[in-house]
Structure formats: C-alpha cells, structure tokens
Ligand binder design. Structure first.
Ligand code: G3P
Length: 218
C-alpha cells in the first residue's frame, strides 16, 4: 500500500519524506489556501516545489468545472513537472476530461467520490486514481471504510486498473482499516502517519531497556 501525504505544507511533506515511507502527495484548493499561497504563478511554483521534495505522484487540482476549462488547466498543470497528476472533480464534465486525459497519457485523480457508482464511472473513464473521502462519509453517519472495501471489490472483480486512493483520512485507525480492505493508497495528514508509530508499551519497554543498560554500565 502506498502512503501519500495530504497537505500543501512543505515542512510536513519534507518530514514525511525524511521518514522514508512517502510515495506521493495530494493537495486540493483548501489545502493550498491553508498555506496562504495566492495567484496562479505562486500556486504553480508551489506544485513544482512539492515535486522537488518527493519522488512520487503529486496531485494538483483543477478549478474549472467545464470540459474546455478542465482540459486547459489540466494540460498546464501536467506540463509543470512529470510527477504531476491532474486532480479532477467527480462531475459530468470531469468524467469527460478524465477520458480525454487518459487518451493523452496524462495521469488523473478523480476526487470527491462518495459512492461506488461514481467510482465505477471514474474507472470506466480511465482514472489513474479514484479518491473516496472516508472521513466525510463518517461525518454524515455513513461508513467510509465500507465504501473503500466495496470499490476495491468491484475493481478487483472486473480487473480495473484504477488505484483506490482513500482520502479524508482522520486517524491512524482509518489507515489500518484501509490497509485491511485492500486500498492501493492512503492519503493522510502528517499526524495520523506519526500516530502509527505510537504504542505505550513501546515507550515503557524502551524506557526500561535504557534504564537497565544504564545500571549495567554504571
Ligand atoms: O484528500 C481529501 C482531504 O483533503 C479531505 O479531507 O479532512 O477535509 O475531509 P477532510
């Protein structure tokens, strides 16, 4: 399973990269806004800066919602760096654009996916990644992880190559649940990645080992 970090914060991306476990980055307009980056030139430079930190795919989202606009923006984004994946919203014009980009050999991430039917369409159109938002489904009393499992099952059954990229991850538990149901990728903020490291017994055990070592060598 690949680990992507879901942020536009360069320091956090670098921290995850330094851990040696990072396979890529996802961003969205809200995450870009959170970093205070404004204007097309600055935003594009920021995507390039991210690509220069990590080795893998970096999702950059289009703002346009009409076919021509999505194509224009997506082609500009794809030209920025070979690691850029064009992130396209799950709307009718978006699906047409995903197919267009597929035919051009441009990678896509179909985002804002909340149902298996939407995921099926994204795969049919040739999306490289599909992004079900699991935390936001949990927020409305549905099960995000059940949706990830259902999409994985359908893709496996029919041999779709689209990778299931579980997004809107809120906790270490979400990451483990995604791993258990066969998600190809999880994209998560830095905190849940760091939570994976933690166990009280590890901390207690290490403290005891160090204490005993100190005794032996005093
Ligand atoms: O990758 C999608 C993600 O950024 C949304 O997360 O926590 O805003 O639902 P969240």
């Amino acid at each position: 399973m690949k680990f992507f970090i879901d942020t536009a914060n360069l320091a956090q991306i670098q921290e995850a990269q330094d851990l040696g476990i990072l396979d890529g980055v996802t961003t969205n307009p809200s995450l870009i806004a959170r970093e205070g980056i404004k204007g097309n030139v600055n935003i594009k430079q920021h995507y390039i800066d991210i690509c220069n930190i990590v080795d893998g795919d970096v999702s950059a989202e289009v703002i346009a919602t009409d076919f021509k606009g999505i194509i224009k923006e997506g082609e500009e984004l794809a030209k920025l760096h070979p690691q850029i994946v064009v992130k396209v919203p799950m709307i009718k014009e978006g699906i047409k654009a995903v197919k267009y980009f597929y035919n051009k050999g441009i990678k896509t991430n179909c985002t804002l996916v909340f149902s298996a039917s939407q995921a099926l369409l994204a795969a049919k159109a040739g999306a490289t990644y599909v992004s079900p938002f699991i935390g936001r489904l949990d927020d409305i009393g549905e099960s995000g992880i059940d949706l990830v499992a259902q999409i994985c099952h359908i893709y496996e059954l029919h041999g779709f190559e689209t990778q299931v990229l579980a997004a809107s991850i809120r906790s270490q538990k979400h990451i483990i649940q995604c791993a258990a149901v066969g998600a190809d990728v999880v994209t998560t903020p830095l905190a849940p990645i760091l939570e994976l490291l933690k166990h009280d017994l590890t901390d207690e055990g290490l403290a005891k080992f160090l204490e005993d070592h100190a005794k032996n060598n005093s």
